[in-house]
Design a protein around this ligand. Sequence first.
Ligand code: G6P
Length: 622
Amino acid sequence: MCGIVGYIGYQQAAPILLEGLSKLEYRGYDSAGIAIRDGEHLAEVVKATGKLRNLSEKTDEGRAIPGTCGIGHTRWATHGEPSKTNAHPHVSGNCTGSGSGAVESEVVGVHNGIIENYQELTDKLVRQGYSFYSETDTEVAIKLVDYYYKKYKIGPIDAIAKTMVRVRGSYALALMFKDHPGEIYVARKDSPMIIGMGEQETFVASDVPAILNYTRKVYYIDNLEMGKLTPGEAVFYDLNGDVVQKELTEIEWDTEAAEKGGFEHFMMKEIHEQPKAVSDTIHSVIHDGKIDLGEVGLSDDDIRGISQIYIVACGSAYHVGMDAQYAIEDLSRIPVRVELASEFRYRKPILDPNGLVIVISQSGETADTLAALRESKELGIKTLAIVNVVGSSIAREADNVFYTIAGPEISVATTKAYSAQLAACYTLALQFGLAKGTLAQDKYDEMLAELLTLPEKISHVFSDKERIQWFAAKFANENDIFFVGRGIDYAICMEGSLKIKEISYIHSEAYAAGELKHGTISLIDNGTLVIGVLTQKDLYEKTVSNMVECKSRGAYLMGLTTYGNYSVEDTADFTVYIPKTDEHFAASLAVIPLQLMGYYLSVARGLDVDKPRNLAKSVTVE
Ligand code: G6P
């Protein structure tokens, strides 16, 4: 979703902004733009639709626009189609909405988020004589700042504060004012933004990778805070205009972790990083050979007091919740509900006061998940966040945090973060079981030992890569793919199906195998690919029967099962095997061939694997 980069210092800003924006490409975007100031001169604005290279070419890699202060933006359209006019930066005046060049405007800015009451504010500003050149909510926010700035003849911070009080919605804003050369102003509510500090230079970014090449020292701006940035300095303010003191945080991710490291795509690199992500995440809560959740705020006494668990998340993180539900319920007998964050927040949830809400999020910035977390906190329920990005909004707001140790994930389609989240959930399930007395010590020891073998078993699945690649190439022109499975296998199907459709654009659906007869089977035709997931012993025969029903209607069957279940070959036309493990942990291994399949289908179809169309890595709007 929209990416923001800003720079103020002694170097030329435009090349730094373009480089930073390229590091944020993974967030998803459809157009880009920069605004640069050269000393006292007016800001030069340049925008381009499509890929960032269009903007780079237009500006001769940034060399064509001199200046040491600037802001840049990649836009993921919400209000208004993707176009040059709607691309950011936006300006408070009427000029150069779609064009390039120096702008007379008082305020120039970029925005990530959604201004919910933009229509009402537009009407207000029109009454005050403003006119609008774009369809964006951002232009309204910029013009509102301009309105207060001029009406009350106040400084930028006060004008921004008045705007913040008036707008509803979410925003990360970076602004430059004509009368204040050499300064960038920022403000934030519910959209991610960090400030990076260097020697005599200051950076703004939506996410860490954009500035890692320059600095690892960052400030996190909190909700409803503003900042005034000058070279090497940042002063923060609250809504009253009072100065807020902040601690500098050191980012531990290294630059290499955000590079492709010899792989053709980030997704393949990240698939291969899964053994380490899983191992690091599990080991982060193991002390003296036992799981210790003390650091994530869950003592055994706390666990014994939990009577209900709610797992709330979006996308793949929601699928992790589906998997975790089976493991936690089975091992600890604590009832678990898994909810889509976007639904949870609006259904006036009735929560058990002794419940625990677990929100799962790679980015820690997903708007709906963040809102669900806040809703739970307001209802007085204890919250635990499983998050990958340190210092993200969800991590900062949850009562307790279990950090997955997956490192930066760049490919839009998640792989290693999903696996690390699963691993985190397995450790919870085991410890909940032990603390509740529903999992005997010897079984716990056995399962913990098994959990520790997962990284090696994941690596083993990679050895089947070529066969999966061959199979994907054979089905690259398929129109529909169906997944069937029961229980944990159904949860695996959901993630496998999502992996395939999001990057290959092949329509795919996951079905609880028992539901097939209630409608879906009418979609099965000659040659339709049906993938049966069969990792659960008790459900194996039942799912095989459902696969046979598909075969009788012409389906081509792929089976995904564990070594030893060779009888599947009597039914399936093609089979992929994964190593044996405890059935509760099967998703960790079974997802790998499906990730590989999605990857190879996407490559075979010549698609942009890491940046699939219309998708964003971090969905910071509802
Ligand atoms: C986006 C991503 C998905 C991700 C989902 C939730 O849709 O493309 O891969 O699962 O958001 O993101 P989160 O950062 O909260 O895990």
